[in-house]
Design a protein around this ligand. Structure first.
Ligand code: NAP
Length: 342
């Protein structure tokens, strides 16, 4: 039996397109001792994948040309010789861009079981690593409080789309989001619990920040980096917290052209704190976070916004969408249906 796989065909200079990938056929893997065969149901895409393709990152192995594209997703176990991955279970795991994968517990983060009473697509976003990233960022790094004046950039993206609802579930009163374009900004308010929005592509951002934060910002959740981060650093209140989640505005920028910060000293003046984090290093809190996120979804406090295309063929376009600003919410691809009862 054969399956489809996407392999890296060329390293992109900028936003990737179809020519950087090759769609190939390969045998479905056979079961091996201590492992499980998983059928892919959904695959997620993440901005950082472009950095793997360009061989730029320190924290994952570079992808060799010709190798199957790495990526995490939701899968159902169809054969198993691993007690923690029983046949029929639905897991979030490192699958790669392929229809079937041989997985085991040795990956870090290890595969984890997903609740099956919720839509399985949530295992890519809200009840998975996007949700955990938003939760760890706003709660553990940002130490959100009820009185914080909060700003989130990349607010309509995979992580950002969860931040306002999670902040409010933790007691926050008001959250402002920044995103690009009127449609996204309308959805921030309608579907993602943002109270005020700034359309950075059409509004005067300085004027909007002056108006919405006349006394400054207590908590900034940053998905974008660069000049916007620098601007916010100049607007911090005393004991503000800046959460460095990501810097998508600069992932395609050569080192010599990256933004030179002029407002860093304001951290000292305001007794403020700026801290980054990498969700893969928080594996010990995944079970507690997943349970909390799933409960919020069941109770209606967290309403995942998902942007799903159909078929493994759509993966290259899905990754490009992140850099083109085409996605609203968590961008993912539906690859297959479960074969076994849930
Ligand atoms: N710390 C961690 O462990 C961790 C985990 C996951 C993700 N991340 C990071 O978190 C951020 C969000 O990730 P995600 O997976 O949720 O992706 P995402 O936000 O869905 O990324 C796509 C969005 O980014 C925005 N964008 C693209 N290019 C931009 C630019 N030049 N300037 C400003 N915005 C731009 C676009 O929204 P607009 O149309 O609004 O511009 C686009 O829709 C990324 O920086 C990612 O690397 C970090």
């Amino acid at each position: 039996m054969m399956q489809k796989q996407w392999r890296l065909a060329a390293r992109p200079d900028g936003i990737p397109d179809r020519s950087h990938f090759a769609l190939t056929d390969a045998p479905i893997p056979s079961l091996e001792p201590g492992k499980a065969v998983a059928k892919t149901l959904y695959l997620g895409v993440a901005p950082v994948m472009l950095r793997y393709m360009r061989n730029e990152t320190e924290f994952e192995s570079p992808i060799a040309l010709g190798a199957v594209m790495p990526g995490r997703g939701v899968a159902q176990i169809i054969e198993s010789d691993c007690a923690s991955l029983p046949v029929g279970a639905v897991v979030q795991a490192r699958l790669g861009w392929q229809e079937y994968a041989l997985i085991d517990e040795s990956d870090r983060p290890a595969p984890f079981l997903l609740p099956t009473d919720l839509p399985l697509s949530h295992g890519i976003g809200a009840v998975s690593l996007s949700g955990v990233t938003a939760l760890v960022g706003i709660r553990d790094i940002g130490a959100v409080t009820a009185t914080d004046r909060i700003l989130v950039s990349g607010a309509a993206g995979g992580v950002g789309s969860h931040v306002a609802e999670i902040a409010k579930a933790l007691g926050a009163q008001e959250v402002v989001g920044i995103a690009g374009g009127p449609e996204k900004c309308a959805r921030l308010q309608r579907d993602m619990a943002y109270d005020q929005v700034i359309d950075y592509k059409n509004a005067d951002v300085d004027l909007a920040l002056d108006t919405l934060f006349p006394e400054g910002i207590d908590l900034y959740f940053d998905n974008v980096g660069g000049a916007l981060l620098d601007n916010i650093l100049g607007r911090l209140r005393r004991r503000a917290r800046v959460v460095i989640c990501g810097s998508i505005a600069e992932y395609l920028t050569e080192t010599e052209n990256k933004h030179r910060f002029i407002n860093l000293q304001n951290l000292g003046r305001q007794d403020a704190k700026m801290e980054g984090f990498f969700v893969f290093d928080y594996e010990e809190v995944y079970p507690q976070c997943i349970q909390m996120l799933a409960t919020w979804v069941r109770e209606g406090a967290l309403n995942p916004v998902e942007d799903i295309s159909q078929g493994i063929e759509t993966l290259p376009g899905a990754l490009a969408d992140l850099y083109l600003g085409n996605n609203v919410g968590v961008r993912m691809v539906e690859v297959g249906q479960p074969d076994l009862p849930l």
